[in-house]
Ligand binder design. Sequence first.
Ligand code: AMP
Length: 231
Amino acid sequence: MGNAANHPVNLILLGPPGAGKGTQARMLAERFGLVQLSTGDLLRGAVAAGTAAGLAAKAVMERGALVSDEIVLAVLKERLDQPDVAAGTILDGFPRTTAQAEALDALLAGRGERIDAVISLEVDDAAMIERVSGRYTCAACGEGYHDSFKTPAVSGVCDKCGGTEMKRRADDNAETVRTRLQAYHAETAPLVTYYAARGTLSRVPAMGEIGAIAERMQAIVAALETGLASA
Ligand code: AMP
């Protein structure tokens, strides 16, 4: 997706754990040909690969705290250097602190780019613990499921790809989710004000049905594309 200024479109999804950032980012990426960049996924990859960044991040992630800006920025920069991101990006789980937001602004400015839109997924905290504690994904294709809200048609078999290996994140337990929610409110929620002040923020109520929320988000991105093309 390009625009008149001919720079790739960059979006941010904000919201607490369980708000649906990952699910919605995947759907938007598919619909608009953008690349989903999840710092959580990048860090989990680093942990699995046993890199120095992964070793430093592992224990912090297990207790639900935020990994240092230095490590997160390093894994993000490495990912941004890969050619596929030229299509435009959806940042999911980054930035999470004001310092990260400022570093991102500087990083993008250096590339002649900027953040075009920030979508804040607005949810009830209390429901997030149940949502996150019951979720799991297909190891093969990443399709998301939930013990109570979305089970596959045949137990243990992915509806989308037929895969039979399901995985749960180590930090998706009730205790860690509480710490992650606290980190969100203390460190990340101020970013809603940060981006509102820059005029790039849209708020989307995100307690409802996934498809309806996705439509609302697609409309925001489509309007952005039109606005940029006629700018
Ligand atoms: P997520 O997959 O976005 O829920 O992230 C899982 C965990 O990775 C978080 O609880 C943090 O420990 C770490 N993490 C992911 N993104 C960031 C970030 N931008 N800044 C700091 N820590 C992060």
